[in-house]
Design a binder for this molecule. Structure first.
Ligand SMILES: *[C@@H]1O[C@H](CO)[C@@H](O)[C@H](O)[C@H]1NC(C)=O
Ligand SMILES: *[C@@H]1O[C@H](CO)[C@@H](O)[C@H](O)[C@H]1NC(C)=O
Ligand SMILES: *[C@@H]1O[C@H](CO)[C@@H](O)[C@H](O)[C@H]1NC(C)=O
Ligand SMILES: *[C@@H]1O[C@H](CO)[C@@H](O)[C@H](O)[C@H]1NC(C)=O
Ligand SMILES: *[C@@H]1O[C@H](CO)[C@@H](O)[C@H](O)[C@H]1NC(C)=O
Length: 402
């Protein structure tokens, strides 16, 4: 390409940037992207010795509970209230301005529906107290095997390799926890009857925690061995899981590169005309996302935990964390490497520099599923660039026509 053309392009980009940098209302909210964890659910599986396994057979494993539906509904109502005066969200779901995607599990698909019922009251008939009946909205999904965007357990060999290395570190946090919680592993193995000798007691304890906390959520009786100390130990181990699995840059880059690239790249392109996106996913997705922005608070994302990324007309990017559907509090998150006011171009270049971008995810996880789609799309500024070039070419040809 000739130098003249390059110069022309640069000049035009500059002109476009200047034009774009003086928006009429810099504080106007342009887009929101919502990432949410599903609500209360039943246990993932029964324990070998499980006082409530019959009930779990009835409810089904890993199913959204009724109170989980209500949590997401309340969150949707809250989102509507927060953004109602921004003319961002129409009263009814509109497919040309909005998009919803969920992982391919019953609980996240149902959570998305419950959230949307709260968000679009115009879609629903009801008296506002009981569950409304709603006109359906489309929710997109991909099978776990190809869901590189939202499902943290989708295939990624390099991630698995690093995670195994992390666990194997002789005096690393994982091995220390094995020693620290040996008493709990021995107790739980005896009372829940999982097969020994244990290859990985911590993983087994995570499973026990899953059952115990689901009994608690469902208001079921605790077996006598589950006293306060045992419950605290289980919760502490689960808390650490979300620290360990995504804290290291290589680990969260592999799993979050694509979502971050789609989020920021999409915002740069004004979400292709969309004003709102909703992603319905899991505690692991929320935790990895918070790690990628270095704003993880050390706690397991609770049920219905919700992150909102907001883009303002000035180009300012803000992150909000709502981690309780009972408490009104929301937390404004300050990104350490892009402190407020954080503008989109700076954030994007920081993320690229840190390797939290689609290329890293692609290199680490292989090019399957969602990653394959993105390799065709992700040319930095490409779309905008060519668009400007076309306009300019047509403008510069005009005089010749006369
Ligand atoms: C919408 O309401 C919020 C809170 O009441 C306020 O901070 C914000 O400025 C309002 N936005 C518009 C566009 O009126
Ligand atoms: C959906 O949004 C588009 C773009 O704002 C608008 O043109 C269209 O009329 C809307 N459709 C409905 C059914 O409201
Ligand atoms: C648990 O320990 C008790 C007492 O040592 C023993 O009788 C029982 O068989 C053990 N149960 C399991 C499942 O290992
Ligand atoms: C709970 O049980 C464990 C193991 O049996 C025991 O060591 C601990 O002291 C108990 N804690 C309480 C508060 O009873
Ligand atoms: C929610 O997040 C805030 C800020 O990080 C934290 O202080 C609070 O303990 C969290 N609450 C829950 C229930 O996770």
């Amino acid at each position: 390409m000739g130098v003249a053309v390059l110069l022309l392009r640069a000049l035009l980009l500059l002109a476009a940037a200047v034009a774009a940098s003086v928006p009429a209302e810099p504080n106007r909210l342009m887009q929101i992207v919502v990432l949410v964890r599903h609500g209360d659910r039943s246990a993932m599986r029964s324990l070998p010795i499980d006082p409530h396994s019959e009930l779990l057979d009835q409810v089904g494993p890993a199913q959204l509970l009724e109170q989980g539906v209500r949590q997401l509904f309340r969150l949707g109502v809250w989102l509507r209230r927060r953004y109602d005066n921004q003319s961002l969200l129409p009263r009814r779901f509109n497919t040309s301005t909005m998009e919803v995607r969920s992982t391919d599990t019953d609980r996240t698909l149902m959570s998305a529906q419950a959230l949307l019922a709260g968000l679009f009251p115009g879609q629903c008939a009801g008296d506002g107290t009981s569950m409304p009946v709603c006109y359906p909205v489309p929710v997109h999904s991909k099978p776990t095997q190809t869901d590189q965007l939202l499902k943290m357990s989708s295939p990624c060999a390099a991630y698995q390799h690093r995670w195994r290395q992390f666990r194997a570190r002789p005096n690393g946090p994982f091995k220390s926890a094995v020693r620290e919680f040996r008493w709990l592993a021995e107790l739980a193995r005896n009372r829940t009857g999982w097969p020994g000798p244990d290859d990985c007691p911590i993983k087994q304890l995570w499973r026990v925690e899953d059952s115990v906390s689901s009994w608690q959520r469902m208001g079921l009786a605790m077996p006598s061995w589950v006293n306060g100390t045992v419950r605290e130990g289980l919760a502490e181990l689960k808390r650490r899981k979300f620290l360990w699995k995504y804290e290291e840059p290589q680990l969260h880059s592999a799993r979050m590169g694509l979502l971050v690239a789609r989020l920021l790249g999409g915002m740069r392109l004004r979400l292709e005309g969309k004003t709102a996106k909703v992603y319905s996913a899991h505690d692991s997705t929320v935790a990895a996302f918070l790690h990628a922005f270095q704003v993880f608070n050390g706690l397991r994302p609770p049920m219905a935990a919700c992150i909102i990324a907001e883009l303002y007309a000035s180009g300012e990017f803000r992150l909000v964390y709502k981690n309780s559907t009972e408490q009104p509090a929301v937390h404004q998150l300050s990104i350490p490497f892009c402190p407020p006011p954080c503008f989109l171009p700076q954030l994007e270049s920081e993320m690229r520099r840190r390797g939290v971008w689609a290329e890293t995810a692609q290199a680490m996880c292989g090019g399957g599923g969602d990653l394959a789609e993105d390799s065709q799309q992700d040319e930095p500024l490409g779309a905008v660039y060519n668009f400007i070039l076309v306009i300019v070419l047509s403008v510069s040809w005009l005089p010749l026509l006369y």
